[in-house]
Design a protein around this ligand. Structure first.
Ligand code: COA
Ligand code: AMP
Length: 629
């Protein structure tokens, strides 16, 4: 059956469609119904099924003949270390760690924060939580103490699972001081912290709170899988929204299992036993879905890669990993390819490797520009599949469903709606727009299994952020259009979220940091186009009257504050001092106009602008840092 038939089958009977997909999961109790609309417009799937994620991702494969298959390949060009963990070894490691967690009082529903770099123990930690029904929240290692503290206060974890350090190509990032700093800043205090000591930085442990990862597991009873309800939160993953406070996206257990398993064949076209590689980080949703859960649930081999596309040691690293480990489907962000292309425009490194194992390249996380797609396609000679999704959904909303049927590729489009999603482009009043017309992209409710049912402890914010603008729809926050053939085009965000090297960041959160500088009276942050990272943040600072310190010093202090308070991942290095910010007569800062100026694009003078002369000052300031040419 082709894509269009399958999509129609889903449309005709969505519940039947997902009940059938649910059969690929091993349930303790099969759900009596698929969709639960009791609380509409809040929906749940498989509410009364009983199931365990870790059992499906690990134990069942051990029982079904995959005990000796490699589950995780750890490949770290930064340390030069590699290791392979079979499903049987993974089961033993996860059960033992889960046993140690139980011994320290962790039970079903408790939250556990994971702050770990790209090592296989990060996956062991996630699975150990899943094994006992604890709800993990992984925090990306590039976030600073302050961001970690905000998440500790929101998730209220009983425990933190961490490593002593992460490794960036140019430095060791000591995690332990960041964790200690975060716990000091937060109001909520976790009871215990397990630290995986890495040889590059051995952390001091605080007596009575911190435990060595291996010591604490000595002599404990390995934990069994605890079945949880289908709607039990598998994890919380914080992501950026319009305001500074991150949103805790909740992932429901049953739908997560069913949907991710479905995507492995239908979208990524891998069969159990194949090697699948997503070069991302466990701190992002791509890492959750496609480094950890998706491939393992489906019985694939996954790769935990600790390195960068360039510089570790060179622009051929990806090709080495693909050929050495026999990768069949490869997933990364367009920015990684732009980085490789910049270093090795002719793709000479690729000539050293046999990439015949590779069937397709998948790109997501940010807009895939046609140049990058063409370059990748020419270099690799495999289909380059752009697909569009968000932390909130956990898997593709639109993709080319290669495992069902490879549809013609239209460069610049992530292709078509995946079964489960009825994607619509709406005008401001919520009316559907015609093919080719630009509008807000929304998805008709209910969203499919595995997508967010709510935000952690913030139901009103969930409704306000996603449901209220277009009643009956989920508002994606992206704008774009659908063409006559049903292909989607994603053009821009409709909120203050920017995308820096595939990382989702909030300009609102950055403005909150800048506003705290004692000399800054008012500020704005925009995302300007960047050839490598897609977007880069630029800060505009209006100083308090009477401040006459050198502007360079103030900018440097702001850059440092951003690094200390949000983290290096914000890549905030550019700021300018201006006298005033352009505003509407009602006082709203005209950020979109500032973006156009920074990107040297034509723009229409906003009719509501208070004083157009300010725009000249903005342009001149931007020119001093190489923008607005
Ligand atoms: N822990 C601590 N610091 C981190 C970090 C982590 N896990 N990840 C990144 N950082 C730091 C970097 O060291 C860098 O710090 P610096 O300002 O001191 O140099 C900063 O955060 C920005 O990092 P990064 O975005 O990685 O930029 P880069 O300039 O080092 O590398 C690319 C550029 C394009 C190679 C890189 O961004 C990349 O590999 N992108 C792919 C992104 C990706 O896979 N995204 C996943 C979404 S699907
Ligand atoms: P995140 O939640 O970090 O995965 O970021 C999701 C956002 O990244 C989306 O809402 C889009 O703005 C952007 N995005 C992700 N994938 C794509 C894509 N294939 N094309 C364009 N934008 C994308």
């Amino acid at each position: 059956m082709g894509y269009h038939d399958i999509y129609k089958r889903w449309q005709a009977d969505p519940e039947g469609y997902w009940m059938e997909a649910a059969q690929a999961i091993d349930w303790d109790t099969f759900p009596s119904r698929a969709l639960n609309s009791d609380n509409a417009p809040l929906y749940e799937w498989f509410t009364d099924g009983m199931v365990n994620t870790c059992y499906n991702a690990v134990d069942r494969h051990v029982e079904n003949g995959r005990a000796d298959q490699v589950a995780i390949i750890y490949d770290s060009p930064i340390t030069g270390r590699q290791s392979k963990t079979t499903y049987a070894e993974l089961q033993a490691q996860v059960a033992q760690l889960a046993g140690a967690m139980v011994a320290k009082g962790i039970t079903k529903g408790d939250r556990v924060i994971i702050y770990m770099p790209m090592i296989s123990e990060a996956l062991v930690a996630m699975l150990a939580c899943a094994r006992i029904g604890a709800i993990h929240s992984v925090v990306f290692g590039g976030f600073a103490s302050n961001e970690l503290a905000v998440r500790i206060d929101d998730a209220q974890p009983k425990m933190i699972l961490a490593a002593s350090c992460g490794l960036e190509p140019n430095r060791v990032v000591a995690y332990k001081p960041l964790i200690d700093g975060a716990i000091e800043l937060s109001n909520h205090k976790p009871d215990s912290v397990f630290i995986f000591q890495r040889p590059e930085f051995v952390a001091d442990l605080i007596d009575g709170r911190d435990y060595d990862w291996h010591d604490v597991q000595q002599g404990v009873t390995p934990a069994d899988c605890v079945a949880v309800e289908g709607n039990h939160p598998a994890y919380i993953l914080y992501t950026s929204g319009t305001t500074g406070a991150p949103k805790g996206v909740v992932r429901p257990t049953g739908g997560h299992l069913v949907a991710l398993n479905w995507t492995m064949k239908n979208i990524y076209n891998v069969d159990p036993g194949d090697v699948f590689w997503a070069a991302s980080d466990v701190g992002w949703v791509v890492g959750h879905s496609y480094i950890c859960y998706g491939p393992l649930i489906h019985g694939n081999t996954t790769i935990v890669f600790e390195g960068k596309p360039v510089g570790t040691p060179d622009a051929g690293t990806f090709w080495r990993v693909i050929s050495e480990h026999n990768v069949r489907s490869f997933f990364t962000a367009p920015t990684a390819f732009r980085a490789i292309k910049r270093e090795d425009p002719k793709g000479e490194y690729k000539q050293k490797y046999d990439l015949s194992c590779l069937n397709a390249l998948y790109l997501a996380g940010e807009r895939a520009d046609p140049d990058t797609i063409h370059w990748a396609q020419n270099l690799l000679g495999v289909p380059v599949i752009d697909h569009w999704w968000q932390t909130e959904t956990g898997y593709s909303i639109a993709a080319n469903p290669v495992g069902i049927e490879q549809l013609p590729i239209k460069v610049g489009s992530p292709s078509v709606a995946i079964p489960g999603y009825d994607i619509q482009v709406l005008d401001e009043a919520g009316n559907p727009m015609k093919p080719g017309e630009l509008g807000a992209i929304a998805v008709k409710l209910p969203l499919p299994p595995g997508t967010l049912p709510t935000l952690w402890n913030a139901e009103e914010r969930f409704k306000k952020s996603y449901l209220n603008t277009f009643p009956g729809y989920y508002e994606t926050g992206d704008a774009g259009m659908i063409d006559e053939d049903g292909y989607l085009y994603i053009m821009a965000r409709t909120d203050d979220v920017i995308n820096v090297a595939g990382h989702r960041l909030s300009t609102g959160a950055m403005e909150e940091v800048l506003a705290n500088h004692p000399d800054v009276a008012e500020c704005a942050v925009i995302g300007a186009a960047d050839e490598l990272k897609g977007q880069l943040p630029i800060g505009f600072l209006c100083l308090t009257t009477g401040v006459n310190r050198p502007h360079d010093d103030i900018v440097k202090e702001c850059v440092k504050m951003m690094r200390d308070q949000i983290g290096p991942v914000a890549a905030f290095k550019l700021a300018v001092v201006v006298n005033r910010l352009p505003k509407t007569r009602s006082g709203k800062i005209l950020r979109a106009t500032m973006v156009k100026i920074a990107d040297s694009q034509e723009f229409k003078m906003p009719a509501t602008i208070d004083d157009p002369a300010i725009l000249d000052e903005i342009r001149e300031a931007l020119q001093t840092i190489g923008y607005a040419k």
